[in-house]
Ligand binder design. Structure first.
Ligand SMILES: Cc1cc2nc3c(=O)[nH]c(=O)nc-3n(C[C@H](O)[C@H](O)[C@H](O)COP(=O)(O)OP(=O)(O)OC[C@H]3O[C@@H](n4cnc5c(N)ncnc54)[C@H](O)[C@@H]3O)c2cc1C
Length: 256
């Protein structure tokens, strides 16, 4: 029988760098990562379990090179990893799971659009550096991160009331002619609304977009997270599209 248990790796925090008030870079390394291998998919993510915890949170592999795994972690108001990442964590050992990716741009795509909030910035930066089609980016971030991402970027400040302007950005996009690809990530309820818009108003085939809920807005700390691993594997085994899998992941989160 083939085990479906995800591979895990112990990693040591080698460096911690405050990139901006809300973004912390963690560089992980050590012998535990010796067999870690990137999928090469530019929005790939790992599960991260920090010391003293058993729940994981998901972080984009900003880069994996020469034995160093770079994760850029958003520090928001309250949260398991958020609170840990603000401490002096250098030298601590964390666990990461094997990477998975979702970005799947058709080979004949002639343009790419990336839209997201601060949690999506690491993936958007990595995607933008790997594709060779004209790319437009909208990033809604609270800090000046203009050095983080170059190219055709529209920087947006999040509204003061805690909402997001990304839905109206998507609704007012002047879509380029021809076939392309649309990738977006942000708060889950907003991403569900965007998926509906792309499906019903824009009538895009599911192969033309990938919209992922990266976090769930709620008043309190989340009692438990939904592990996307089993949902992902079950969905793939059933031949579902990435979008169908992400919709199932969001629904599981609502039930949790
Ligand atoms: C595939 C994937 C890739 C991701 N990549 C990244 C990445 O590269 N960098 C990154 O920082 N995050 C990324 N995320 C999002 C990250 O996993 C979540 O934001 C996670 O909930 C953060 O965990 P926490 O322990 O800080 O907060 P939690 O303990 O999970 O949540 C505590 C409280 O904070 C709220 N909350 C959670 N996230 C946010 C947020 N971003 N802004 C405001 N409130 C929030 C929750 O609603 C909850 O009330 C990714 C998620 C996925 C699914």
């Amino acid at each position: 029988m083939v085990s479906t248990r995800a591979q895990q790796y112990d990693a040591v925090v080698l460096r911690r760098e405050q990139l901006s008030p809300h973004l912390v870079r963690l560089v992980l390394g050590g012998p535990g990562l010796a067999t870690f291998a990137s999928t090469g998919i530019p929005d790939e993510w790992v599960g991260l379990v920090v010391p003293g915890q058993f729940q994981s949170r998901y972080y984009t592999v900003r880069s994996w090179s020469e034995g160093e795994l770079v994760l850029d972690v958003v520090v928001h108001e309250v949260g398991l990893v958020t609170e840990w990442a603000q401490l002096d964590v250098v030298g601590q050992t964390v666990t990461v799971t094997e990477p998975k990716g979702s970005f799947s741009m058709p080979v004949d795509a002639r343009w790419l659009m990336l839209v997201g909030d601060l949690t999506a910035l690491p993936a958007m930066a990595r995607i933008a550096s790997t594709v060779d089609v004209p790319t437009r980016i909208w990033a809604e971030v609270p800090d000046d991160l203009s050095a983080y991402l170059s190219g055709d970027v529209t920087w947006l400040a999040p509204p003061d009331d805690g909402t997001s302007s990304l839905a109206s950005v998507v609704e007012s996009i002047d879509w380029p002619a021809g076939d392309g690809y649309f990738w977006m990530a942000g708060e889950s309820a907003q991403m569900r609304a965007i998926r509906k818009h792309l499906m019903r108003e824009r009538r895009l085939p599911s192969s033309a977009y990938d919209v992922m809920g990266y976090w769930r807005g709620s008043a309190q700390r989340q009692p438990r997270s939904v592990d996307p691993g089993p949902i992902w594997r079950a969905g793939k085994a059933a031949g579902q599209s990435d979008d169908q899998i992400w919709a199932a992941y969001d629904e599981a989160g609502e039930r949790a």
